[in-house]
Structure formats: structure tokens, C-alpha cells
Design a protein around this ligand. Sequence first.
Ligand SMILES: Nc1ncnc2c1ncn2[C@@H]1O[C@H](COP(=O)(O)OP(=O)(O)OP(=O)(O)O)[C@@H](O)[C@H]1O
Ligand SMILES: [Mg+2]
Ligand SMILES: [Zn+2]
Length: 701
Amino acid sequence: MASGTGSHGHGNKENQDWSKILGEWNTVREFKNIHWEGTFWEYLDIVKQDAGVTRNSFQRMYDMVLGYGTSSYIEYKKTIVRYKFFEDPIENGKDAVFGLDVPLMKLVHFFKSAAFGYGTEKRVLLLHGPVGSAKSTIARLLKKGIERYSHSNEGAMYTYRWVDDTGSGILGAQTSVRCPMQDEPLKLIPESMRDKLIEELNRGNKTPYKVEIKGDLNPFCRFVMREFMKKYDGDWVTVIKKHIKVERLLLSEKDRIGIGTFQPKDEKNQDSTELTGDINYRKIAEYGSDSDPRAFNFDGEFNISNRGIVEFIEVLKLDVAFLYDLLGASQEHRIKPKKFAQTDIDEVILGHTNEPEFRKLQNNEFMEALRDRTVKIDIPYITKLKEETKIYEKDFNAAKIKGKHIAPRTIEVAAMWAILTRLEQPKKANLSLLQKLKLYDGKTLTGYTEDNVKELRKEAIREGLDGISPRYIQDKISNALVSDKAGDVGCVNPFMVMNEIEGGLKHHALIGSDEKRREYKEMLAVVKQEYEDIVKNEVQRAISADEDAIAKLCSNYVDNIKAFTQRERVKNKYTGQDEEPDERLMRSIEEKIDIPESRKDDFRREIMNYIGALAIEGRTFDYKTNERLHKALELKLFEDQKDTIKLTSLVSNVVDRTTQEKIDVVKTRLIKNYGYCEICSTDVLNFVASIFARGDVKKRS
Ligand SMILES: Nc1ncnc2c1ncn2[C@@H]1O[C@H](COP(=O)(O)OP(=O)(O)OP(=O)(O)O)[C@@H](O)[C@H]1O
Ligand SMILES: [Mg+2]
Ligand SMILES: [Zn+2]
């Protein structure tokens, strides 16, 4: 066959040379690199060069996380380290974890302490938190991270296979069998020779860890080793030379190599073989005995996870007998397969459990034992609005919701409600829950210092452990996206999502009482009110985003305050007459940012001093550098234009042409600068118009 260059008559003259494009990925070199195979002696050379290849599972986990780098920031006067690894650089942020820097720091400390053998390596790591608080996400990240690490140069690790073409039958009918628990090759070294060799390997070891050989071979390899030793009259060197090949160990969750997951099924139906392996009945015939380790499948979750990590989902659902196995596994680093002696393991044991499940067992005496042998890390819900918003922005970004639009602020209001449900009522009577939310989000509020906010956090004991889970919000946003109201090329606005949220409350399984339900509904009303304020502000800004007009207003204001502070008169640009400074104009601007009459002199002088200082340096004043003045000008301009633009006429549906033109300008600004689309910009203008219309009515009555 010709290798196909346009010979199929599709008229495509520029067929691509796929083999070349794909060849550039150079899979061969990569393949050869990660599929290295060599002798045991070559492996010792590798260890001598880089002792890091012998690191245990905790050491690798710690180094892996650290390898992605860190950054740090100060919060409540404490330095918080952020580990980039948890932003999921491996999959472009797919499993990124937000707003949990402090618990994640504890998690990394656990690995660090375990890596250096300070004790946590003997504990079960227990992630505990309310449902949907990212426990599984964190576990997924760690599993994926350690898998990727084993494929990299820094994370290279090794195991061995037995080979035999002598026809001895020691490997049964096979000529090559990989160590069934992918053990570290150094374990092949007999106890009596270890100390010397370790000393040698540690000489010049540049890693922070000592090379160690911990534990014995697994039952299969111990048996095979014994048989070969018999065959060669105890000549270990010959056994190793003739029958051992060392190879790269590549962890793989899919292939169940070094990465395992265990989820208890039916409580009555739990079987220890799922954890520690089972007899292979077909092979018993071949080897003649059920205590021959060659007739055993080392495929329990603990076996296959050796050298990596095993995750226990809903760990407290495990049968109590198993839980003791689990505690033993972590404390002794040993498991007990049926009919065989204890078997050494080296793996991170990570369990998670949600808050309701944990509470159920709280009074169980077994929990005493468990508490003592676990390191529990609380993974709470996020209580910072900015961080919570990131979860949904990740889920519902433009690429994922193809063809549909989510109106600005939609995600924000949903996140806001979620957080309100999680916060504890502040003890201070004059602080509302919404204000507390804003303080947590880093906003300033008169009378509240950073210390006060820290106090607030401290007084709330269960904050972040109750309330609505991100999963509920994710579902409701999804519902809104597919509902008829959003249409095929439609746009989802905050009201649609809030309606979905409200509708779902009736059936929410985790809301215990009608009282709670009512409380959550009231919070929704709070969020609606807040949304009104936000969009009112946003539309106002869009209306007054006319920079020329602001600049003109600014220069007018500055002329006036200059005259005022220097006790001069101002020249009227139209009449050419000198006039008194326009007090009404100045005040109408200053009032927008709450400058009281008694402070106006200071404010005006401050601005003039600033302008004067700039002038000395030969620079001119730009109102944008003064945030307060900028805001005051915008608000004033809006007030002036509000009536000329007749936004409220939108409500009555009779819009004349000039008004329509003005409104269209604002609409275009909303679309261009504020992320609105054709649909939601119209919606939001109508909505804000109705608020103003309401306001007018209120004023009149
Ligand atoms: N802090 C967070 N950062 C990023 N995503 C989060 C966070 N908290 C929750 N999520 C998102 O919420 C969803 C639920 O998370 P996950 O499945 O990890 O929770 P879980 O704690 O394992 O829940 P469960 O207790 O029900 O098993 C996921 O889509 C996850 O991405
Ligand atoms: Mg989970
Ligand atoms: Zn839209």
C-alpha cells in the first residue's frame, strides 16, 4: 500500500504529514527513558548517584507537592503558605482547590513530618468535613500528582522482576514475573548484608533523607528467593545476577499500580480479601497447596497501593474489624494476607469521611482508638466569597457552556447565598450576616480592624461545617442553564439561578428542619437586595462611564474649589463674567461621598494641595488617581444624566428616539466593558429602571 498522500481523490492538495507531526513528540526517547531496565548492580549505581530513588511514599508525596513551588501571604498577621500543586497544574486547574490554604498547609505538614519520620507516618490521615467540601478532590489531586511524579525524572522509582529461562519451574510456567507488590529492589538484600550496604549508599547522599531498607520481601518473593537460594546453594549474588531485572516503576491509577481506592459497599458484605488479596483457586491446582504464595493474588487494595497511596472513601463505613486492620496497616506498616505472615507495606493511607457520618460514630467507643491513631484534618466549606466564586467560574466558564451566556454577577450571588448559609450569626448585635460576609471577604467596614475580624472568626465554632455545599449550587446553575427559560442560545441571569435555588430547598435532603429552610429563604432575600444594589451601581457606572463628561465636570469642580480656597471669583465661561464659586455644584459632588459640611474646607484644601504639589513637579492632575473624587464625580454625573437618559421610561415602554439612542450607548458599554450580552444587558437595564421607578414612587408618597 502507498502510504497515502492524497491518493484518495478528495481533492485535498495539502494533506498534512501526520507521521512527521506526531513524530515530533518523540515518544521513543521518552518511552525508553521511563521504561529503563537494568541489572541490580546498575540499580545500585543509580541509587549511589541519586539516593532519592529510594524515597518512601511519604517522602515522595511531600517532595512532589513542594516541587510545584509555593507562594505566601500574610493573613491575620500570620504567614500562610500556598502550595501551587493544589491549583492542579497537571490538568490545567481542573481539580483546583480554592480557599483552603490553611487546611492544606496542615496536610502538607503531615506529609513533611511523616517524610522525616517524626511520627505521622504511623497515622491514618483522615480528611473530615461536611459533604461536598473538596475532600475527594484533594484525594484525587494527590493520586494524580504521585502518578505523574513517578513518570518524571525527579520522581523516578524502581522495582524488579524475576526472570528464569532455566526451566526450574520456580516461577511456574512463566519465565518472567514482576514483584507482585512492586517492592523496592533493595529489599532483595538479605538482612545480614543490609547495614554495610546502607552505610555505603548513604555516603555522599545529597538528599535530605537517609537511604533505608525497611521490612521484608512480600510472601511471594520471599518464597521465590528461598527456592532460588536452594538451587544455587545460598549464593545470593548468583541469584540476583541470573534472576533479577530492575525496572522503572510507573504508578498508574488505571492499572492499579501504586494507587488504590477503596469504597466500602454493603456493610454486611465486606470481605478482607478486598484489602489484602485472595487465594487464586485455579492456581492451587498448579502449585498443589493453598498456602503456596504463588497461588495467591496480591491484588487487595493495600497490596496494589504499595509504594503509593490508598484512598478510603467513606472510611467510617468500614466494618469495625477492618478498621482495626486499617489502623494496624498505618501503625505497623504491615498487613496480614489470608494464610500468610505479616507483609510490609509502604504507602500513604488517606481516608475521608463527611461530617454527618463522623458525628454518628462520635459516641462509639471504637472512636477512641481511632482518634488516637489518626491525624484528622478538617476540610470546611469556604467562607470567603471571592474563593467560593472561583469554584463556579471554573465549572461554568465560557468554554464549558458553549453557546450560552451567564450574566455578570450570577455566580457571585449564588456563591454569596451559599456562604451566608455557612456563617454563624455574629454575636455583635449591630453586625449583619451580610456585613460579616463582606468583612471575611476582605472588605473594610468602619469600626472593624483586622483583629476584630479575626475575633469574629474565632468566636464562630462550627463555621464552615454547616450550610449549603458547593454541589448544590453547581446543580442549580446547571439546571438554570438547561431550563427552557435560558433558551437555546440564551442567557442565564441571577434571578433564574436564585429561583432554582429556592425551588430546590423544598426537597433538599440535608436541610433538617422547616426553620432552617425558612432561614435559607430569608438569606436569599438578603442576596436579592444586595444584587439590586450591585447592579444599580453597575448600571450607574455604565451610564457615567463617559470619560469626557467626567473630565469636564472635574475641571469645573477644580476651578470652583480653587476659587473657593483662594477666596477668588470664577470666570463664567459663557458670559465672561466673574462669579462667586458655585457652592451648590461643589456640595452636590461632595455629598456623594458623604463629606459633611464641616469637613468640606479640609477636603477642598487637600485636593488643591495635591494639585499644587503635582504642578511643582510639572505634572497635571488626573482625577482617576483620586479614588474618592473619581467616585463622587461618577455619581454626580449619573445623577445629572439619569433624568436626561430617562431610564425609567423603559418601564412604561414608551421610549422616544433620542432616549433610545442614549440607552443604546449605555447598553453597548455594558456589553463591551462589563461582560453583558445582548439579552442580559437589556434585562438589567429594565430591572434597574424598575428599581428607579419604584424609588420615584417611594419618594412621592
Ligand atoms: N474548596 C474548594 N475548591 C474547589 N472546588 C471545591 C471546593 N469545595 C468544593 N468544591 C467542588 O465541589 C464539588 C464537590 O467536591 P468533592 O466531591 O471533592 O467533595 P467531598 O468533600 O468529597 O464530598 P462528599 O463528602 O460528599 O464525598 C466538586 O466539584 C469540587 O470541585
Ligand atoms: Mg467525596
Ligand atoms: Zn447574557
